[in-house]
Write a protein that binds this ligand. Structure first.
Ligand code: SF4
Length: 372
């Protein structure tokens, strides 16, 4: 078990601290208006579990303070399922022989129009690492066209250097999301078996390259279910976020909490994270990173997502399709995907449920005129 290089403490020291946290320490942390890193460790400790109702209440109050009743909705658009990497847990991995697809410019615009017709105004572009199908110049061309349809565009791509990120930023992309997958370097090596993604440090440093390139939103996360100790994974994520926030304080910090779901080609999840574990982790992030955007995708069940929208998360995907051409295929009655979605509700159903809970779903919370 290893911490990421920015950590002042070893994983053993942090683990011992977390496991020795008392209920009184958690209660004290819940009372503080300016939580520190040690308070975050208290919120994720086993000792916090009996206090989960108080933690939920506190998280709901903080979320209301920063976001009111709003929940921002967005949709992913997959560009290519070709990938030169070999990640053991992914249905797009290079060693898995299956039918792949990369969308042309026109096909991307068609998918985008279907998403727009669903009501969305925020788009998340996703691709496998496919230098032929999702090159930087091609992506920049797509972004320049897509920004005429969408107020906000974010990318979840392979890591790049500052120059490439700046090209995409200047084309009109304002957000960057990049998951480290696992912050444990030893575990990372065993799961990333080929391709440029084997370079842990290049991936870790890429978010800072995005910060230097100017992205307004910097999103991060770990793929939950890989690391046998989710509390240490969450701690690494928090340390990474503090490091990024200190250096790129003009950018907004964003967190996602993707939990592995079944993929084509199969993968036995080594360390499943339960609903309660996931909830405790997300609540801890809301309590510590109070103003940050917290995302929950359609990997999770509908009931869990709407409950977390009430007390914790600020952003939900809705009506998602998770394969290149997935929206057109869905209209034609076919199902494709990088991973299994547990919430297949339509945008209309998601809107209705959020409103029934007194929330205010919004499609737009950004306008290109905010851009520098
Ligand atoms: S996780 Fe990303 S980089 Fe890895 S195989 Fe899948 S698409 Fe490629």
């Amino acid at each position: 078990m290893k911490m990421l290089p920015y950590s002042k403490y070893s994983a053993e020291e942090l683990n011992t601290y977390i496991n020795n946290t008392t209920a009184d320490a958690v209660k004290n942390s819940l009372r503080t208006a300016t939580p520190k890193f040690n308070d975050f460790l208290h919120f994720i400790a086993p000792a916090a579990l009996p206090l989960i109702d108080e933690i939920r209440e506190k998280s709901a109050a903080i979320k209301k303070m920063y976001f009111g009743k709003t929940i921002r909705l967005y949709a992913p658009l997959y560009i290519s399922s070709y990938c030169i990497n070999n990640c053991a847990y992914c249905g797009f991995r290079s060693s898995f022989d299956h039918q792949r697809r990369r969308l042309s410019f026109d096909e991307i615009m068609n998918e985008a129009q279907i998403i727009k017709d669903m009501g969305h105004d925020s788009l998340l572009l996703i691709t496998g690492e496919d230098p032929k199908g999702a090159s930087v110049p091609f992506t920049a061309k797509c972004i320049r066209a897509l920004k005429n349809k969408f107020s906000y565009i974010n990318i979840e791509f392979y890591p790049m250097g500052e120059t490439d990120y700046r090209t995409l930023f200047e084309a009109g992309c304002h957000g960057l999301t990049l998951y480290q997958e696992t912050y444990d370097q030893e575990l990372y090596k065993t799961l990333h078996l080929g391709g440029p993604k084997t370079d842990y440090m290049f991936r870790l440093n890429a978010l800072a390259a995005g910060g230097r390139a100017g992205f307004y939103n910097l999103g991060m996360g770990a793929l939950l279910g890989l690391n046998p100790n989710w509390r240490i994974e969450a701690t690494n994520l928090a340390i990474h976020a503090m490091w990024i926030r200190k250096r790129f304080w003009r950018s907004r910090t964003q967190f996602s909490f993707p939990r592995i779901t079944p993929t084509q080609g199969g993968f036995n999840v080594p360390a499943p994270v339960s609903d309660l574990d996931l909830e405790q982790m997300m609540l801890a992030f809301r309590l510590f990173f109070r103003e940050a955007d917290l995302f929950l995708s359609t990997r999770e069940h509908h009931e869990f997502r709407t409950r977390m929208a009430e007390i914790c998360v600020s952003h939900l995907s809705a009506g998602s399709q998770v394969a290149p051409g997935g929206y057109q295929a869905f209209l034609e009655g076919k199902a494709l995907g990088q991973f299994t979605m547990h919430d297949r509700s339509s945008v209309t159903a998601v809107l209705a449920d959020l409103k029934a809970r007194g929330l205010e779903p919004v499609f737009k919370d950004w306008d290109p005129c905010f851009s520098a």
